[in-house]
Design a protein. Structure first.
Length: 126
């Protein structure tokens, strides 16, 4: 839904693509951000910290395309639907458990939701 954002994360060995079907998605990859509408695509290459934010006022739908085992991670943290409707709010494991499950599936969570990749370079001394 509007404002949804995952934790800032990186896939060390896999690429992740975002192809928007409906709504507006702002994808942050490293120090760049791209605003995607239906029919647009961007890539978060392996090793690049990234996150997204749903900017549309209605829920956004997109295809997440990965050349790794991302689908196994989604299955591990998902709850089976009991009806053909969207749940009122996503249900996620506690942060420590989510980080452990993500790591088992080749995803490193870097910061909690709300933190963008550009904050990593700003925090790195030159």
């Amino acid at each position: 839904g509007p404002g949804d954002m995952p934790p800032l994360h990186v896939h060390p060995h896999d690429d992740e693509g975002f192809y928007v079907l409906d709504g507006v998605l702002r994808v942050h990859v490293g120090d760049r951000a791209v605003r995607l509408r239906a029919g647009q695509f961007t890539l978060a290459a392996r090793g690049m910290p990234h996150a997204y934010v749903v900017e549309s006022t209605a829920p956004a739908r997109w295809l997440a395309i990965s050349n790794g085992g991302f689908d196994h991670f989604i299955a591990a943290v998902s709850v089976t639907a009991t009806a053909m409707t969207l749940p009122p709010a996503p249900s996620m494991p506690p942060p420590e458990e989510l980080a452990a499950i993500a790591h088992q599936h080749g995803i490193d969570l870097l910061r909690p939701p709300g933190v963008l990749p550009s904050s990593l370079s700003a925090a790195t001394p030159t």
